[in-house]
Write a protein of this length. Sequence first.
Length: 372
Amino acid sequence: MHDRTTGAPPLTDQDRIDRLRLIRTDNVGPRTFRSLLNHFGDARTALDRLPDLARRGGAARAGRICSEETARAELVASKKIGVRLVAPGEAGYPPRLATLDDAPPLLGVRGTLETLMRPMIAIVGSRNASGAGLKFAGQLARELGEAGFTIISGLARGIDQAAHRASIASGTVAALAGGHDRIYPPEHEDLLAALLETGAAISEMPLGHVPRAHDFPRRNRLISGAALGVVVVEAAHRSGSLITARMAAEQGREVFAVPGSPLDPRAAGANDLIKQGATLVTEAADVINAVQPIMARPVVLGAGEPESDSFDGEPDAGERARIVSLLGPSPILLDDLIRMAGTSPAIVRTVLLELELAGRLERHGGGMVSLI
């Protein structure tokens, strides 16, 4: 069982290095990377234009641009520990993850690539899980694995760990918040080693990156984005699992929840998801029946928000000032900004690129932006 995809041609060695340099450069995230490639056509041209764009955005000096030597060193170090840096459309890049508008331009993958190309179901939940929750998560993961699905989770304590351990035989994927050589929590290094025999691990972070608090929501979007759907097994209010469920809904993925006792605060978040319309799950068949119609449709890469506008050159001073004046600390929809600016979408996108590369713009989900 595989996700049916319409893919892209593989990168050349030089293009892979250029793309790695671009995504490792200051103030360039996945969405900015995508905008730069849409504007300039390739990573090398984008790298050449970065200093000028940052200056026009108001930066006192250009941010650090990753050197070719540094990029080559990362590729060599990654290869030494069995990590491949793959682009959307290449073997080992989860097909559904590649459809996101903030998909990692290069994803570090390690383990069995076959596991990454099969349809995935995410199972997430409380780190401080009950015995019943751990047992059900393991049972669900095992049965879904036997049905041909890859189980993806975050290698965390509690529900994540139970889901991974129960699906090692069929293949499971760990999404990491840090680099491949900085495993969190450290006591799960043995679990990771065991699952790599038949499964895989993925990370968008460079080697040596120690995960920090803000890296975990970023990691969660990989879990939900790679999957057909996310099953929440026990989650308290304001838990990371609910963030994953919210991201899944924003990404157009199915959201499932396992009901729990109303007397157990660990079940409060999952019970709320059911009230909000999540599919109630008491057995693996509930998940399988819901995702089967989705699996019949091919996965089309580049299905995210289109940016067909070409680079129109430098906006004039009046256009730039008008666009910046419409921005503030409160996020605004890009479509609204374009309408109020009274200029072409390409000009607006160019000004936003300038601001972001100067470290003055923040991009949010749902096509929203704000000034820092």
